[in-house]
Design a protein around this ligand. Structure first.
Ligand SMILES: [Zn+2]
Length: 356
């Protein structure tokens, strides 16, 4: 599908901290260009509406083609899959909208919930650190964009977690650790995984661990939408959503970059109210604001901060030369973050997407 050449006029643009006065912006050949450089074919008067960069969801799981349709329809133009198999399935999702990246098969320990997931490949299950190098080499050969390790209790030894992170970094890949308890966070911090995803549901991270994360420049994708859904749906003993929220408050206050991700998953899950693709990113933004991020910081957590941390430097802001990924919304999300739901138009690489 050819990308359209389009000029948007009378539009207020989110520049990373505030909205500009009404101005013009243009897309040509799939990238953002200055409006004066374009012999425009289509002009859209936006009536003072707000233009945001296309949203990232920094933690999804892809299972069906419809997952992509839902993500795109809610303004997600880049989705970071955090475990999908087999590699042929991952490949089938590449080259569409949203643009995806994937961890492929995750490293897990035997015997836990993840090992029981349908079709989990045998080579996902590690029992000793000596297997880490082969595990990472396999993922790299399959085209995995980053390496995911699932930390759940002591299903993986610390030495094995460390070995996976070390092997991933040695191959130039970002390493992402799943951790939804204080103990799992401690292990992920000890291993110095680049990215930690989920937030503890059994306690608040203490100042020592947060300080170490700052020092190690670790990044967090807390998936508050999923933490909220787990607590509401399953009410596990000893767990509370407030622990997740307060951990994010502490991390953000200390300067740890927080990225917006949802853990959206459309497969069989024991949750009565699953986290749906697309709509959940807007819930995540609301929960991040509730946890203490400013509206601008929340928007950046779903746009340029993800681009920066995952080295997707061709996108994430409404700047000439970058991919023309953008959403036009009614209202001012800097005054009320819920305005991101009021989507009027979506463009991915300059191509108009049907909104929800
Ligand atoms: Zn996940």
């Amino acid at each position: 599908m050819p990308s359209s050449n389009i000029v948007l006029t009378n539009v207020r643009i989110f520049d990373g901290s505030q909205l500009t006065e009404p101005t013009s912006i243009a897309f040509n050949g799939g990238v953002i260009v200055p409006p004066d450089a374009l012999p425009g074919t289509e002009t859209v008067d936006c009536g003072g509406a707000t233009l945001l960069p296309g949203l990232f969801d920094a933690h999804v799981h892809l299972l069906f083609p419809d997952d992509l349709v839902k993500l795109a329809a809610h303004g997600v133009t880049t989705a970071l899959d955090m475990a999908c198999w087999p590699p042929e399935r991952v490949d089938s999702f590449r080259g569409h909208t949203p643009d995806i990246r994937s961890a492929g098969t995750p490293a897990i320990g035997g015997g836990g919930n993840h090992a029981r997931m349908p079709g989990m490949p045998h080579d996902a299950i590690l029992s000793n650190p000596g297997q880490a190098e082969h595990f990472v080499a396999q993922r790299v050969a399959e085209g995995a964009d980053y390496i995911k390790v699932v930390i759940e209790g002591d299903l993986l030894s610390q030495a094995t977690i460390d070995a996976v992170v070390t092997a991933g970094k040695a191959r130039g890949r970002l390493t992402v650790a799943h951790a939804s308890s204080v103990d799992a966070y401690r292990r992920a911090v000890q291993a110095n995984a680049d990215v930690i995803t989920h937030a503890p549901r059994d306690g608040v991270l203490d100042t020592d661990i947060v300080a170490q994360m700052v020092q190690q420049q670790q990044v967090v994708v807390p998936t508050l939408a999923m933490m909220e859904a787990v607590i509401k749906g399953l009410a596990p003993a000893g767990q509370d959503y407030a622990f997740s929220r307060d951990s994010v408050t502490a991390l953000h206050a200390a300067g740890v970059p927080i990225l917006a991700g949802t853990d959206a998953f459309s497969g069989p899950a024991p949750l009565p109210n699953p986290v749906s693709h697309g709509s959940s990113i807007h819930r995540e933004l609301e929960l991040l604001v509730e946890a203490g991020l400013s509206e601008a910081a929340a928007l950046r957590s779903a746009t340029d901060l993800v681009a920066q941390q995952f080295n997707l430097t061709d996108r994430g802001a409404l700047t000439p030369g970058l991919r023309a990924d953008a959403i036009l919304v009614d209202g001012d999300p800097l005054a009320d973050i819920r305005a991101t739901r009021n989507i009027r138009r979506i463009w991915a690489s300059g191509v108009s997407v049907t909104s929800n």
